[in-house]
Design a protein around this ligand. Structure first.
Ligand code: PFF
Length: 455
């Protein structure tokens, strides 16, 4: 890959970047975090974290990627050729994104399996007449599907191959075209679900839990959780935004793009809240767990049964989830494709194969670790949980701190300024504020997240 490809249109680059940000983090992590941290109070803190930290750090990643015009590691050597060792920080983010990809792909396989079993109606076949008994049925179906040996592997492999197909088509014809179709579809499906959820009887109670803050619920933990969720949801510190920004043309306004992407990601999270909380309250499922997998694979199917026509609702919902997860896996994989392509100076096709083929082993191992191999543990966790834990709780914050130190202290100050002002052609009044946050506030706060379990 001699030159860096570019996105063809403004809409396309926003769709692709939002596609990366909007994923399981919005759908299955956000409602759980909101429920566990006091509802609207958490939402407010989360919004604060997005504006105060998320957008500035995202802008820094965009500047590094577009200005460095290389892969997530190569950008460091191009921006500061005398401090090439900073490439290691980029290499670290590539490794983290690849590890995330290996288990995220498994979850995307589960969503595809649920989509198929919803379309065929199998998920809702022979349910007990007593509605109260279906929680146990869906819980046991979830373990039967997810923890079985073969079917999750088959669906994971289908998702790996679908990823390969899009990646092979390249940045414009693959990633951008796919995002231009996927993102409007996703917003349309979400809007439909919000409409249906808000018209359910008793929906207002759920809306009020979600939107009326109880400030007494805010603790130090709440802040840490809100910050962690903001980083996860915006795909920060994973090399993703650096890689995508290297495909941005010179006229792209970086700060404006960061605000747009962050707001759309927040909008999806809020829409998810406006779907889940009214539905849960309306059907009296308030004691049900909203924890990630249980929310999606047990509580929501219960809700779909109570709504009537469960296969239809379920098919639409799992289509939404599969699309959201797919655009995120593509962005996670693209980090490594760009890295391999640039480091080995090989063709895109070769880079795609080098990145994707090992997933055909790694992801099935992650999948088996939840089922038949759950007895094999690392630090008391299954391989799946271990990877999830190490990447999100440690690698993500460490990568974030390194990025902020680099953009705040190591990269030439003029570099950041030139990127935000498009070489002096546009004004960037927010530059001093962004620089202050990237230099001082963000690294300190991220360090607090990292150390929080020990404080
Ligand atoms: N931001 C996406 C999500 O919220 O699901 C995908 C993602 C990327 C998650 C990177 C986690 C991550 F570290």
């Amino acid at each position: 890959m001699a030159t860096t490809p570019k996105f063809a249109s403004k809409i396309g680059l926003i769709a692709a970047t939002v596609g990366s940000a909007v994923g399981l983090g919005n759908v299955w992590r956000f409602p759980a975090e909101t429920q566990a941290n006091g509802g609207a109070a958490f939402l407010l803190l989360y919004i604060g974290c997005i504006f105060l930290l998320g957008i500035p750090v995202m802008t820094a990643e965009f500047a590094l990627g577009r200005g460095g015009e290389s892969d997530a590691a190569g950008v460091y050597a191009r921006v500061t050729p005398r401090r090439r060792h900073w490439r290691l920080a980029g290499g670290f983010s590539v490794l983290a994104s690849y590890l995330i990809l290996s288990f995220y792909m498994v979850v995307s396989g589960w969503t595809l399996e649920y989509l198929l079993r919803s379309v065929t109606g199998e998920l809702y076949s022979s349910l007990p007449a007593d509605l109260g008994a279906d929680e146990a049925v869906f819980a046991s179906r979830m373990s039967a599907y997810i923890a079985s040996a073969w079917s999750p592997i088959v669906f994971t492999v289908i998702m790996v191959i679908a990823n390969l197909g899009i990646l092979l088509l390249g940045v414009q014809k693959g990633i951008e075209k796919m995002s231009n179709i996927a993102m409007p579809l996703l917003f349309l499906l979400l809007l439909g679900f919000v409409g249906v959820a808000l018209s359910l009887p008793g929906a207002a109670e759920g809306v009020s839990f979600f939107l009326r803050p109880d400030f007494s619920a805010i603790t130090g933990r709440t802040l840490i959780n809100a910050l962690g969720q903001a980083f996860f949801s915006l795909s920060l510190a994973m090399g993703i935004l650096v890689t995508y920004a290297s495909y941005y043309p010179p006229q792209t306004r970086l700060t404006r793009t960061a605000v747009t992407v962050a707001l759309l990601d927040l909008l999806v999270a809020i829409m998810m809240g406006l779907i889940i909380f009214p539905a849960v309250m309306s059907f009296g499922l308030t004691d049900s767990s909203l924890e990630g997998s249980t929310l999606v694979f047990v509580t929501l199917p219960e809700i779909f049964v109570r709504m009537g026509a469960p296969s239809l609702w379920s098919s639409l919902f799992f289509l939404l989830l599969t699309v959201a997860a797919f655009t995120s896996t593509i962005s996670l994989a693209e980090v490594s494709v760009a890295f391999v392509g640039q480091r080995l100076k090989c063709r895109r096709r070769t880079a795609c194969l080098i990145v994707v083929l090992p997933l055909l082993v790694l992801s099935p191992v992650c999948s088996l670790s939840v089922g038949p191999w759950s007895g094999y543990t690392i630090c008391g966790m299954t391989i799946f949980d271990f990877l999830d834990n190490v990447t999100t709780n440690y690698m993500l914050p460490i990568g974030g701190i390194l990025l902020c130190i680099y953009m705040g202290w190591v990269a030439p100050r003029d570099f950041f300024r030139r990127q935000l002002t498009n070489d002096g052609t546009i004004r960037a009044a927010v530059l001093p504020a962004i620089l202050f946050i990237v230099r001082y506030v963000a690294p300190l706060l991220i360090a607090v997240i990292l150390l929080s379990p020990y404080l």
